[in-house]
Design a protein around this ligand. Structure first.
Ligand SMILES: Nc1ncnc2c1ncn2[C@@H]1O[C@H](COP(=O)(O)OP(=O)(O)OP(=O)(O)O)[C@@H](O)[C@H]1O
Length: 674
């Protein structure tokens, strides 16, 4: 006080915060030097310098994701261009970029940044760019030689996402093109903790493989000997750890949002009955549909008298470090995408994971101290798991991929896939693109003007099609909102404690035609509010996700302007909106059956309307279109809207119902209910 500077108004106001950040950076630096990869950085860089491609295989937590780009930058191997490092998941790209920025003592978005769909945290100073594999793939659409980069690191390749698989072919071709045109070479680094190295090495002309020895901390693995349902087993294990094991947070892998929400509620109820002598248990969910701030919440350390337990899907499986996690509980299952090219059925299904994924899950413990992993399945069950995850490209709808290849002028028949998708799958995708009028014919596919416009949007072709069809129905403004809302994260918040209030609040927005117009109602109301935060809170809505949807809408609207798509609005008339959606979702029609379940027309699968739908439990409409089919305990249709069957001939008269993807029996079932 005598000096005239109180700590509150000194130049170092908020000094505590500042010194905490410095302390954090110091710890980050010390940790960095102790990582197994650090001791071999020189020889690693020598190898990168003299090879065009290398494969790095190293234990989870050995430092690949955070250190490789820094070593390359420090050795100046990227020259005057950027270093790209891809991740299959956005949460990993964001959190790792934040950590590396801290290690390097720079602001996020400066030297180190990230780009994920609809969000860019980079600047002209950025040299190390974390990004999702989907973003790099989009960049390749306009520049096949990837000239912004001199080094590209493809991380977590064992996940075998479609985007990473296609990128492997693209970077390989870019290397060849740059060499033949005497351009600066493109260096490629392929990384994982668990992969079939020989397969990848032979794809890249027997490139060198580096095996990183050692790991920072040990993780002990226990397999279950009792037989019980995996959810029960997970809950029981959390209770046992909490009651009998030393401090340390717990990460539990489950399969999906509903299961996680229900288990989180159960766990919270159970925690109330714990002895008061035990530390408090703080329970968190973590899944992709959760608002991003809530996803990132789990990364904050818990106070010392609290144990954190996080119930997560496989979004927490690779690359990420959650501070404080000492125990992992793995249920051995995940929701994965499956696709049947014959029926065109595209769905998410709960399935067993691979040994590689189990290994990754184990690796989320032991990152800052020794850890323990409890697998809620037997040793025999583990031994029966597939060694590696089957490439997604062999089990997903390829329409978007084939469209991207056509835009790049690449003949998909000659494209050098590391694992080639089946002929049926490619034909299925071509049929869909033809039905969407994106290509001229299936036999000799040439991109139409509409097809090349479709590829301008960072969306599945079905959704791009709806935007392109909107002028015909006079509803572009409405479609922009609906598609932006479907592309972002969930805008409804869930409250177990105030369930009744929440349902009443949400039902105010419900539209009798279904969920898509319900989303439109929420957004329109949101945009009129002067105090949106408070309004969202009162209505159990997520303000951040609604604002994010507004930003997505803006970006989509910019693309529409660039394509000269005229603005139009249908006001309160809902029919144009439903008809316009049918132009993209004609393969996602379901009809009500006498038993009140729905039958999907193209794949003849019985399903229910998802309980979160605004038309669930109401007078069920005879025919609906749906955005997604999800299989958990039952098959569920998510985001549904009622349609009039008479619209089909009017809106999509040219869709050939006899093609395998849109098979006749389905439509016969549909006709029964005309
Ligand atoms: N956000 C973070 N907070 C605290 N420590 C972190 C964070 N991110 C990374 N670390 C530290 O850096 C170490 C190395 O992480 P890194 O992601 O580079 O390893 P990796 O070899 O790529 O592992 P994986 O194969 O699991 O992705 C972690 O074990 C952890 O100690």
């Amino acid at each position: 006080m005598d000096s005239g500077l109180s700590s509150r108004n000194s130049t170092f106001g908020g000094g505590n915060q500042l010194s905490r950040s410095y302390a954090k950076q110091d710890t980050a630096k010390q940790q960095r030097h102790a990582l197994p990869i650090y001791s071999v950085r020189k020889s690693l860089m020598d190898l990168v310098r003299k090879s065009s491609t290398i494969i790095v295989l190293g234990e989870t937590g050995s430092g690949k994701t955070t250190q490789m780009p820094q070593f390359i930058y420090e050795a100046g191997l990227n020259g005057d261009k950027l270093i790209a490092i891809t991740q299959p998941r956005r949460v990993a790209a964001i959190t790792v970029a934040k950590w590396v920025a801290l290690e390097m003592g720079t602001n996020l978005g400066d030297l180190v940044g990230y780009t994920v769909r609809f969000e860019d945290a980079t600047s002209e100073n950025t040299q190390i760019k974390y990004m999702t594999d989907g973003i790099l793939l989009r960049e390749a659409l306009s520049d096949r030689q990837l000239r912004n980069y001199n080094v590209i690191i493809l991380d977590e390749v064992h996940e075998r996402t479609v985007a990473t698989d296609v990128l492997l072919g693209i970077v390989k071709k870019a290397q060849q093109m740059r060499a033949s045109q005497r351009m600066p070479p493109l260096k490629v680094v392929i990384m994982s903790a668990t992969m079939d190295c020989d397969h990848f090495a032979s794809y890249f002309s027997d490139c060198p493989i580096v095996y990183l020895q050692g790991r920072m901390y040990q993780v002990k693995v226990y397999q279950m000997v009792e037989k019980m349902h995996y959810i029960e087993a997970c809950l029981k294990t959390v209770v046992e750890i909490h009651q009998s094991r030393p401090s340390g947070d717990i990460l539990v892998f489950l399969t999906g949002q509903e299961e996680i929400d229900a288990t989180v509620n159960k766990m919270r109820r159970l925690a109330k009955s714990f002895s008061l002598d035990l530390p408090k248990l703080s329970v968190y969910p973590m899944y992709a549909a959760l608002p991003q701030n809530q996803q990132l919440d789990v990364f904050n350390p818990a106070p010392s008298n609290v144990r954190k337990v996080i119930f997560a899907t496989n979004i927490a499986e690779t690359s990420i470090t959650i501070n404080g996690i000492r125990y992992v509980i793995d249920c051995g299952r995940a929701k994965i995408r499956s696709y049947d090219p014959i029926t065109g059925l595209d769905m998410l299904k709960v399935s067993w994971i691979s040994q590689a994924q189990a290994h990754q899950r184990t690796g989320r413990a032991g990152r800052i101290t020794d850890g323990v992993c409890f697998r809620t399945y037997s040793k025999e069950a583990y031994e029966h798991l597939d060694k590696m995850t089957a490439p997604e490209i062999l089990r997903c709808n390829l329409a978007a991929t084939i469209l991207s290849l056509l835009v790049m002028g690449v003949n998909y028949k000659e494209f050098d896939f590391i694992d080639k998708p089946s002929e049926e799958s490619i034909i299925g995708a071509l049929l869909e693109l033809k039905a969407l009028n994106a290509i001229s014919s299936v036999e000799n596919p040439i991109l139409t003007k509409q097809g090349s416009h479709m590829a301008r949007f960072p969306l599945d072709p079905k959704f791009s099609k709806m935007l392109l069809s909107a002028p015909k129905f006079g509803c572009l403004e409405e479609m922009l909102t609906i598609i932006a809302m479907l592309s972002g994260e969930n805008i409804f918040t869930n409250s177990a404690q105030k369930r009744e209030q929440m349902l009443i609040a949400h039902s105010k927005f419900y539209d009798k035609t279904g969920d898509h117009v319900t989303l439109l109602n929420v957004y329109n109301e949101f945009k009129t509010r002067a105090k949106p935060k408070m309004w969202c809170y009162d209505n159990f809505l997520n303000e951040r996700n609604l604002s994010h949807a507004a930003s997505i809408r803006e970006q989509l609207s910019e693309i529409c302007k660039a394509l000269d798509i005229p603005s139009s609005s249908c006001g309160k008339d809902r029919t144009p909106v439903a008809k316009c959606m049918l132009t993209g979702l004609f393969a996602n029609i379901a009809t009500k059956q006498p038993d009140h379940l729905y039958l999907t027309t193209t794949s003849s699968l019985k399903a229910r309307i998802h309980p979160s739908s605004s038309i669930c439990g109401k007078m069920r409409p005879p025919v609906v279109i749906y955005t997604e089919l999800v299989a958990t305990r039952f098959n569920y249709l998510r985001n549904v809207t009622e349609i009039d069957p008479a619209w089909i001939d009017e809106v999509v008269p040219n869709v050939n119902l006899h093609q395998p993807g849109y098979s006749e029996p389905g439509y016969r079932a549909f006709n029964n209910h005309k």
